[in-house]
Design a protein around this ligand. Structure first.
Ligand code: PA5
Length: 428
């Protein structure tokens, strides 16, 4: 089995052996809590088993989806946070940058309340055969609920209520929430987010798998990647999760408060957003946690590069390095050579990008920035499945190592309460 590789050698040099060993002891305790299902929030550890879903269930899911989308050219996926980010990140990472006309267009909504976006979306949907898939574990998240109300009414008006009823599917909890009640009442096809899986750990549940399958990607390969990674990390020796978490957490005690996830592939921009939610909500509580930030190289080397190299030394980097490109144009020779680029003639763009990776690591490391390097052989479902599971295990183990509950998010409630009060929600 080919695996993603995690190399911490250019980061661990910045901490003492004693600090690393203390962090490792805490990490090991945290990692065991994840496996023994004994820690705080243990009722939300169901994500650990998601890679091992039965093939028959996946086939059934795909069949239901085929029926649902048979007459559609567009599906709008409504959701926010964990009910949005996982699907969006995998679809963006594995879809073409400039897709040919697809049989099914996948759009997203419900992840903000921007008025212009919804006005433009409805105008765009005017001559489309569209369906709605609403994703919400709680079934009551305001952004998603508003989007559903607005777009469903728009659809009712366009198609009539009876036709519109067949154009909605729901992904929610098995029992609880308004959305579940609506789905039952309206007999919408419904997929279940298991009760023991929280939002930011739900990408390998129907919350992520349904949109990912709709985008024509292989959910079987994604799960196989996660499965293989899970199996390979049972051993406590040479365990990349333990090493990564112990390294980042000892860097934290050494004053590195920010982890910057960087990649050299714009397709991974949304993957970094998923990662930020995963770590931000998992360990950012009780005054603790490493702030998760991201950058897109080489683009951001022309904006953030100065700060990273030379500014306040508060951060360390985790760089995702994808070794092979799917297509690889060469830089052509030019007999005039007015741009003086003939020294690059014959090199592929991937070769140049790889040299950029090495140059950045060399420069930042020498400039005092600890660098963790994650190598992926290529960007596909299988290796992305591994990477997802690697980060999920790491985030949960890290929070436990900090004596936190990885699976709650009490801090998110405050803004919601204020918003409900300002909007005049009864009882708020
Ligand atoms: O990780 C989490 O639990 C949150 O980010 C949720 O995913 C997000 O708030 C959306 O919640 P819901 O799926 O209940 O609409």
């Amino acid at each position: 089995m080919e695996k993603i590789k995690i190399d911490t050698s250019k980061a661990s040099l910045f901490v003492t052996e004693k600090d690393y060993s203390t962090a490792f002891t805490h990490t090991l305790r945290g990692f065991k809590l994840v496996f023994d299902k004994m820690g705080k929030g243990k009722e939300f550890l169901g994500w650990r088993d998601l890679p091992f879903q039965k093939e028959a269930e996946l086939i059934q899911m795909e069949e239901t989806l085929n029926l649902f989308t048979a007459k559609l050219d567009t599906v709008v996926i409504l959701g926010i946070g964990g009910s949005y980010m996982g699907a969006k990140s995998v679809i963006s990472a594995l879809s073409k940058n400039f897709p040919e006309k697809k049989s099914l267009d996948i759009l997203f909504a419900g992840h903000h309340i921007d008025a212009d976006y919804y006005a433009e979306l409805m105008a765009y949907l005017e001559d489309r055969n569209f369906g709605l898939i609403v994703i919400s574990k709680s079934g009551s998240t305001l952004e998603t609920a508003i989007a559903f109300r607005v777009l469903k009414k728009f659809m009712d008006k366009k198609l009539g209520k009876i036709k519109a009823q067949k154009r909605v599917a729901v992904i929610t909890d098995k029992r609880k929430g308004y959305l579940k009640e609506i789905a039952d009442m309206m007999r919408y096809p419904t997929f279940v987010i298991p009760e023991d899986v929280g939002g930011r750990y739900s990408v390998l549940s129907p919350a992520g798998l349904v949109p990912i399958a709709l985008a024509g990607l292989s959910i079987a390969d994604l799960l196989r990647g996660a499965q293989d990674f899970s199996t390979s990390t049972r051993a406590m020796v040479n365990n990349p999760v333990l090493d990564y978490v112990a390294t980042r957490n000892s860097l934290f005690s050494f004053g590195k408060n920010i982890e910057l996830l960087a990649s050299f592939n714009p397709r991974l921009t949304y993957f970094a957003e998923w990662w930020k939610q995963l770590f931000g909500e998992t360990e950012g509580k009780e005054g603790k946690g490493i702030f998760p930030a991201s950058a897109q190289f080489t683009t951001d080397l022309h904006s953030l590069g100065q700060f990273i190299q030379d500014g306040n030394p508060v951060l360390f980097e985790t760089i995702i390095d994808v070794k092979e490109a799917h297509q690889n144009p060469k830089i052509p020779n030019d007999k005039d050579n007015f741009d003086y680029l003939n020294y690059l003639a014959g090199k592929t763009l991937q070769e140049v990008n790889q040299q950029a990776v090495e140059s950045v690591i060399e420069a930042h490391f020498k400039g005092g920035v600890p660098v963790v390097q994650i190598t992926m052989p290529e960007l596909n479902e299988y290796f992305l499945g591994q990477l997802i599971y690697f980060f999920e295990l790491s985030a949960a183990a890290s929070a436990y190592a900090m004596d936190l509950n990885p699976f709650d998010q009490p801090g998110v409630e405050n803004y919601k309460k204020n918003l409900f009060r300002r909007l005049g929600k009864p009882g708020s």
